[in-house]
Design a protein around this ligand. Structure first.
Ligand SMILES: [Fe+2]
Ligand SMILES: [Fe+2]
Length: 348
């Protein structure tokens, strides 16, 4: 902008000076500067009027008309002034020309710099794209390695736990359905699908005499059993994988209850991780419906009623009310999933 203003000023100056110079030069050209000055030099006129030595003084010519002499003097001064102005104008023109050239050089330099910067940006963009692609590939590879780890860990836990592979599959499907219905995007829902099997991972660390006890657990045995949440979280903590971190949140929080009566910490409401609140509803639905050594299976409609209205043992206050309401709208999907993934332990 500054350069444009300077160029404008220089150009208008050039126009003014050029106009002025043109008229001045035109005037001089028509007269012939030096001849004009010499012809009209008043000193010459005076000398011509002076008698030389030895020469007899001629009778003085009649004095030149003084008024004419004065006029010639004025014209000579005018011509000298004019010459000075022409020289000034020429110097100014030369300065403007130099400034214009400098401006043009500067603009050319700027254009070159911009071109170089653009090229550099294009190069950076290309390098960045390559790096992002490489990083994505690496992250896909890493994610699939984590998934593999999770699968093997949960496989290991099913060797010990009565809860079967079918239960784990159903839990993944229920939680994805509930998360999507509750507004999670597809990616979040998929991550929950992958992380859900880790909820009871900590049962690996529970002694068989407690884990496989046929009858009801006594107080001490319950204390031990409740530890599976903490053991699972310890197994999964400290990972840089978002998936394993989600698994940790689910492991530690899936037996917490919205009203604060759950374990291991008695957290309430939104203190409980969102993913754990989703798993809590899904795990409860599946546990109520399934056949266990200590209980008979319960049909879908009765299970839904127990979750929504309570049965003395289960209470609706145990669950996130928003998620429970969404469950009440999509429970048919739970029934379909339950029917789809069956094994001998869940058959009604
Ligand atoms: Fe559990
Ligand atoms: Fe479970």
């Amino acid at each position: 902008m500054d350069a444009e203003i300077r160029a404008g000023v220089a150009a208008s100056g050039l126009v003014c000076i050029s106009s002025y110079t043109f008229f001045a030069l035109a005037d001089l050209g028509s007269r012939g500067i030096s001849q004009h000055v010499q012809e009209r030099e008043p000193a010459g006129l005076l000398l011509a009027a002076k008698p030389k030595l030895g020469e007899a003084a001629e009778p003085a010519e009649p004095a030149t008309d003084l008024a004419q002499l004065g006029t010639r003097l004025q014209e000579a001064e005018l011509n000298a002034e004019l010459r000075r102005q022409v020289e000034d104008a020429n110097r100014q023109l030369a300065r403007y020309a130099r400034e214009l050239k400098d401006l043009a050089d500067l603009e050319r330099h700027k254009a070159q710099q911009i071109q170089i910067a653009n090229q550099q940006l294009r190069n950076y963009g290309r390098d960045l794209k390559v790096a992002v692609e490489r990083e994505r590939a690496r992250s896909r590879e890493l994610e699939s390695a984590y998934l593999e780890t999770v699968r093997r860990l949960t496989d290991a836990s099913t060797f010990k736990d009565r809860e079967t592979g079918a239960h784990i599959q159903r839990l993944s499907h229920y939680s994805r359905e509930l998360a999507l219905a509750a507004g999670s995007d597809a990616l979040e829902a998929e991550r929950l699908f992958a992380a859900a099997p880790m909820h009871d991972l900590g049962k690996i660390g529970i002694p068989d005499r407690v884990l496989h006890k046929e009858g009801p657990l006594d107080v001490d045995e319950w204390k031990i059993m409740k530890q599976h949440t903490i053991i699972g979280a310890r197994l999964l903590e400290g990972s840089t994988s978002g998936l394993l971190e989600l698994g940790r949140q689910i492991a530690i929080g899936h037996h917490e209850r919205w009203d604060g009566t759950g374990y291991p910490f008695g957290l309430r409401g939104e203190e409980i991780a969102y993913a754990a609140r989703i798993i809590s509803i899904c795990d409860s639905y599946d546990a109520i419906r399934s056949k266990r050594p200590y209980k008979l299976p319960i049909p879908h409609e009765a299970t839904v009623s127990i979750l929504l209205n309570g049965d003395g043992r289960s209470k609706p206050e145990h669950f996130d009310p928003v998620l429970l309401h969404i469950f009440s709208q999509i429970h048919e999907r739970f029934s379909e999933i339950f029917a789809l993934f069956q094994d001998e332990s869940t058959a009604a």
